[in-house]
Design a protein around this ligand. Structure first.
Ligand code: PCA
Length: 215
């Protein structure tokens, strides 16, 4: 059996829900082929999010880690390419911390690539009829922090683990009253993440479709 750890975040920045946790909760306990999904909520707090993630990874023998987070300014689902070793918070986290130019892991490498097949995942979400793209940056807030922490765990503790991160758009209800913002129904986000996970669990190399950005 393949064991998948799926993480989502508690609400932050004044919101009362976070689609990343709503989606993770909806998929908790689900079987995908011979894989079993276990979901875990993470605090939107620098340091604690990393510690809860590492404790969860230490407590189970997971094969795949997919972390989810909200990117409220993006219209589609985005599969992240790279995690960078910096915390630089534009807004305070849920504990009021606002680190600036602090490493996620002191002495760690500048960056880690995702080790899930990001382009196959994007293609699978699109094939399910949902907009998705590759993202070249997970930002410098708690999402990137968790993505880097997961990849660092893999690099230093569990080389067989495969690690990835997806940002999700707002839920429809969150976009109401915010002109110019796009929301996506929870059911649609759930089926899209399920499709991405199924693609991530397939054997074989990533595909080589274009996923770049000009700027
Ligand atoms: N999104 C934030 C942190 C938690 C979340 O869901 C981010 O993109 O960093």
């Amino acid at each position: 059996m393949t064991r998948v750890l799926l993480t989502g975040f508690e609400p932050f920045d004044g919101d009362d829900l976070n689609p990343s946790w709503e989606v993770a909760l909806a998929l908790d306990g689900e079987r995908l082929g011979n894989a079993l999904v276990q979901s875990q909520q993470l605090p939107c707090v620098f340091g604690s999010a990393r510690e809860v993630l590492w404790q969860t990874l230490a407590s189970g023998s997971f094969d795949v880690l997919l972390s989810l987070g909200l990117a409220g300014n993006r219209p589609d689902l985005t599969v992240e390419r790279i995690a960078i070793n910096v915390d630089d918070a534009r807004i305070p986290d849920n504990a009021g911390q606002q680190p600036v130019d602090v490493p996620v892991v002191a002495g760690g490498p500048a960056a880690y690539w995702a080790s899930l097949p990001i382009k196959r995942m994007v293609a699978a979400v699109r094939a399910a009829g949902v907009p998705a793209s590759v993202s070249q940056t997970a930002g410098t807030f708690v999402c990137n922090h968790v993505f880097y922490a997961g990849a660092h765990w893999q690099a230093t503790r569990q080389p067989g683990l495969r690690v990835g991160f997806m940002h999700l758009p707002l839920l429809l209800s969150q976009a109401v009253g915010k002109p110019g913002f796009t929301g996506m129904a929870l059911d649609t986000q759930v089926l899209a993440v399920r499709a991405a996970l199924a693609a991530a669990l397939e054997e074989g190399e990533d595909i080589h479709s274009t996923g770049g950005a000009v700027s």
